[in-house]
Write a protein that binds this ligand. Structure first.
Ligand code: BF8
Ligand code: SF4
Length: 621
């Protein structure tokens, strides 16, 4: 797919890549891999060595260390998503204040839909938006329920977006979060030296943090971004490095929040003449990682690479600007950019990279910063070197499968009960289940595992939906266009054919639901079906797989799905192996507590076997 040629090119040019650094780190530390190291205080750091040092200096054992570490991973992941969502809320407030006209409320329908759920009634959309923001921000500051727990003292977004059956279950387990910031800070406190030493109690906190991640991060983030940028609908574009253009100025937008990217797309058209003035044919904006998905599904922008490909994009020699906001940005980008003409630009105050240019980006002066960034790209283009190689491969992609657009597709078959369309196919057994593919790529893993699992699922008549870096791998391998129908079993092909016929649009077998934050859409998708059927989510043939998870965020997303009662395949093995008790609890016993558990499987066949076992045990009808 061109990656190998680019890796070869980097080698020739003396450029160190993530894969080289991974090799230098080998062998990776076993204590870290097994979860049995603790540096939560300075009596240590401590490591658990069976038969030698079974306890840390404070007396804590392997189970507790592992459980505490998982809590900290989830607190970090959840706070990243919650910060993202808060950023969206603040931006919406500024937009509603109308003190600037850089952005507007694009999707009034979604605004009203959410406002109604929150009990907000007004005729003025700006007033509605501000009140909606206040309700969202309440999930970051509510203190009620701390001392005197009352009914309903938990996240507003969970109240309006979660499945009612699940809320009751979470209430029974006492894991309903009061407010996002409080829960993540509480989790850090809970896991300091001399605090919670009960591993099961700590693992329940992992589930609670999954709910924080889900409702004050993922679902909230996607909902607000829909209000500002519009609910995604089916859209066509391209993927792979072949979407870069030698004759044009290439701007790679990388990170997670769609504000910068959407403005750069807009201004790239307006400033085209300036680009022509330096001999470029035009300005080609492409997306990397989750920003790639955000821009793809709403503006049809090509998305060109996932986590471990970000450096390769610069190695092509045609990346004029790489502009980044938050999360999953390798600091090595600057080292590589400095070997070419590429300008790396950071935009968020708390994400700085030494050597990179910093152009602060605020929604209230988005146009100014966007123009500055584009003009930097125009300047950089004039300094392009000759070390250029753009892999030719380029695949078509169909994206934009929001819950709303999926229901629209179904409504052409059953106007009033949209979910019945999917349910009928599941009941008839023509579709065996739905699997959500999520998460990252990882240099530790052969990332073709994404593609292999996906193809096996399609062959087994499983509808595949998904987000994040999985979507890049799937799209780059042609699984998000019509050519992938050849991988589908007969039942799945019939289902997709029916949707195509009734809607008169191409429906590929893998449904791109968006960026990682859009895992919230997956949660809403599953929740709505479970509510429609009035059945526990854990009784339905739905599974989640994260075959190459890399980040803390990916683990907190997994906790969100686990808390919903879903079975979640996670690879590589999360840091749990240092305790047989914890491993057994998470991979077996958790099912009795919440309905789902962690599935392991380090290759596609093993993973799919595990997934199919679950799916076949949960037949509908
Ligand atoms: O949030 S899938 S490597 S890019 S964490 Fe990061 Fe993982 Fe990619 Fe987006 Ni998600
Ligand atoms: Fe060691 Fe306990 Fe301190 Fe952890 S909290 S570093 S196990 S003494």
């Amino acid at each position: 797919m061109g990656d190998l040629e680019l890796i070869e090119k980097a080698k020739k040019e003396g450029i160190e890549l993530v894969f080289d650094r991974y090799n230098k780190q080998k062998p990776l530390c076993n204590f870290g891999l097994n979860g049995t190291c603790c540096k939560n205080c300075h009596q240590g750091p401590c490591r658990i060595i069976p038969g030698k040092s079974e306890r840390g200096i404070c007396g804590v054992n392997a189970e507790t260390i592992i459980a505490r570490n998982l809590v900290r991973i989830c607190a970090s992941g959840a706070s990243s998503h919650a910060d993202h969502a808060r950023e969206m809320l603040i931006a919406l407030y500024k937009i509603a204040e109308k003190k600037h006209n850089h952005y507007s409320i694009k999707d009034e329908k979604k605004l009203i839909f959410l406002a109604k759920k929150l009990g907000i009634n007004n005729r003025n959309k700006e007033i509605i938006a501000k009140r909606l923001v206040e309700e969202g921000l309440e999930d970051f500051r509510r203190q009620e329920g701390l001392y005197h727990k009352k009914e309903g003292d938990y996240l507003n977004w969970l109240k309006i977006r979660a499945n009612k059956r699940l809320i009751k279950k979470w209430q029974r387990l006492n894991i309903l979060p009061i407010n996002s910031d409080l829960e993540t800070s509480h989790a850090l406190h809970q896991t300091t030296m001399g605090n919670d030493a009960d591993p099961i109690h700590l693992l329940l906190t992992v589930l609670k943090l999954g709910l924080v991640d889900g409702y004050s991060g993922l679902v909230l983030g996607s909902d607000i971004s829909d209000i500002v940028f519009g609910v995604p609908h089916l859209v066509k574009s391209t993927t792979n490095f072949g979407s870069l253009r030698e004759d044009s100025i290439n701007i790679i937008v990388h990170g997670h929040i769609p504000f910068i990217g959407s403005k750069i797309v807009e201004w790239s058209k307006k400033l085209e003449k300036e680009a022509n003035g330096v001999g470029a044919k035009g300005i080609n904006v492409v997306g990397m990682c989750c920003t790639g998905s955000e821009l793809l599904m709403r503006q049809g922008v090509p998305f060109i690479g996932h986590l471990v490909q970000q450096e390769l994009a610069i190695v092509t020699g045609v990346a004029d600007v790489v502009v980044v906001d938050i999360q999953c940005i390798y600091p090595s980008l600057q080292d590589i950019a400095s070997c070419y003409h590429t300008k790396l630009i950071t935009t968020v105050d708390f994400v700085r990279i030494p050597g990179a240019m910093h152009i602060p980006f605020k929604v209230e002066d988005a146009d100014i910063s966007s123009k500055l960034i584009i003009r930097e790209a125009i300047k950089a283009y004039t300094k392009r070197g000759t070390k250029i190689f753009i892999p030719k491969e380029k695949n078509d992609v169909i994206a934009g499968f929001s819950v709303e657009s999926i229901k629209d597709l179904f409504s052409k078959i059953n106007k009033n009960n949209q979910w019945q369309v999917l349910v009928d196919y599941l009941k008839k057994g023509k579709l065996k289940g739905v699997v959500a593919m999520v998460g990252c790529t990882n240099p530790k893993v052969d990332n073709s595992i994404h593609e292999e699992i996906t193809k096996l699922l399609l062959k087994n008549n499983i509808l595949v939906i998904g987000t994040g870096c999985w979507s890049h791998v799937a799209a780059q391998n042609g699984l998000m266009n019509m050519s992938a129908l050849k991988y589908c079993g007969d039942g799945l092909r019939e289902f997709l054919g029916l949707l195509k016929e009734k809607n008169r649009v191409d429906i590929p077998p893998c449904w791109h639901m968006g960026s990682c934050v859009d895992c919230g859409r997956i949660g809403v998708f599953f929740s709505e079906i479970s509510e429609y059927l009035n059945k526990d989510l854990s009784s339905l043939p739905f599974v989640v797989s994260s075959p190459a998870f890399a980040t803390e965020k990916a683990f907190s997303i997994a906790s969100y799905f686990l808390a919903m009662g879903l079975n979640v395949h996670i690879n590589p093995v999360p840091p749990i192996y240092g305790s047989p008790k914890i491993s057994k609890f998470l991979t077996q016993d958790l099912e009795k507590v919440i309905g789902g558990r962690i599935l392991l499987g380090d290759n596609a066949k093993k993973a799919v076997n595990e997934i199919l076992k679950i799916i076949h045990s949960k037949k509908l009808g």
